[in-house]
Design a protein around this ligand. Structure first.
Ligand code: COI
Length: 357
């Protein structure tokens, strides 16, 4: 494993005073991690430096062809002062799966984890502690060759930045309204839908703007081929409880394999609830809503944690789910996931990794 050089800031900034106003991804901590790659040296010379702008040539390939990968995970401070990461191994594996798909060189897992732990430890005083808050961690890689031909870059930067954050959605745990999009598509099998990369998110913007204009918070994507089967929300995976069974779209090749998604499946199975990963058509949801079989719906994601869905719109039909409030399984998942993350519940599954051991 490579040694990280740490240069501490001489001008520490003041930390946000009112943790109830953090919002998501708006404030950044005093330091960042940076590690370059070139073909001769591989990934080398990792550093932690004061948070600062990076200087890049306008011809850098990331600006033109979008060769970039990002991840999202969180750190929490427990009541007894420990600092915990939630399942960082899963994010590291997924980052390298995305890297392979995007022709970005893989990052050695031990350097990646060491970078996360060291940076979070350096900025641990920035971890907010109010319920519903955390330190959001954003690792990412960008292609930096100054070249306008289309090919994989020969040079890259791997960076990690940290952002003390509150709830992803403005209204916290209040149920969100979701628009099932049947015109635009986000991804197709064989494309880059299961990689975590900016291209998937820019592909979602036009539909998101349209949904917002109609009073909806997010877009739920259908498969790009038949435009029939539910995929994901873009910033979250999606779950339904239909007639007592927890159902979520199977990983089809165009859906992001979420870490919180995997944790929800494990917890529901552990509680003895039947869980099915399978294809779900929008029509099946409409029918389940009509007969009262659609009992709950929630999204799962690192940023969103567990986000109850109160209403789904498909074509001209609006389905209100349950009584429009948070359902019992969504609430139990939220309480259990956040309890394990913040150390108020025992970590029976070995999901947390202590930073400041
Ligand atoms: C996350 O949940 O960490 C994500 O990356 C979603 C994001 C686009 C905010």
């Amino acid at each position: 494993m490579q040694k990280i050089t740490v240069e501490r800031t001489k001008h520490p900034r003041s930390k946000p005073q009112d943790q109830s106003k953090l919002g998501f991804g708006k404030i950044f901590t005093d330091h960042m991690y940076i590690m370059p790659f070139d073909r001769e040296q591989g990934w080398h010379d990792p550093k932690i430096v004061p948070y600062q702008p990076v200087s890049l040539e306008p011809a850098s390939m990331v600006f033109h062809y979008g060769q970039e990968m990002f991840e999202g995970l969180k750190a929490y401070r427990t009541e007894d002062g420990r600092v915990l990461l939630f399942r960082p191994d899963k994010n590291i594996q997924r980052a390298n799966r995305s890297n392979r798909r995007l022709c970005i060189p893989e990052i050695p897992a031990d350097d990646f984890l060491n970078g996360l732990k060291t940076l979070v430890d350096v900025d641990k005083d920035w971890i907010p502690t109010q319920p519903g808050t955390s330190l959001y961690i954003r690792p990412f890689v960008i292609a930096t060759d100054a070249f306008l031909g289309v090919r994989p870059s020969d040079t890259y930067l791997f960076m990690i930045i940290l952002s003390p954050s509150g709830a992803y959605y403005e209204h916290g745990l209040d149920p969100v309204k979701i628009w099932i999009e049947d015109d635009y598509v986000r991804a197709v099998r064989g494309g880059i839908g299961e990689a975590k990369t900016g291209g998937n998110y820019v592909a979602s913007l036009a539909a998101q703007v349209k949904a917002h204009e109609d009073g909806y918070d997010q877009v739920l994507w259908l498969d790009g081929v038949e435009r029939k089967y539910i995929e994901e929300v873009g910033s979250m995976n999606i779950f339904f409880k239909i007639n007592g069974t927890v159902v979520t779209p199977q990983l089809s090749g165009s859906i992001l394999p979420g870490v919180t998604r995997a944790s929800c499946i494990d917890l529901c199975k552990h509680w003895g609830l039947p869980v099915e990963e399978r294809r779900i058509s929008a029509q099946e949801l409409v029918e389940a809503a009509q007969t009262g079989a659609l009992e709950e719906c929630w999204g799962s994601g690192t940023a969103a944690v567990i986000s109850p869905v109160g209403a789904l719109r498909f074509e001209n039909q609006v389905m209100t789910i349950g009584d429009g409030g948070i359902g019992p399984v969504s609430q139990r998942l939220y309480d259990t996931v956040t309890g394990i993350q913040t150390g108020t519940l025992p970590d029976e599954f070995g999901w947390t990794v202590q930073v400041n051991a």
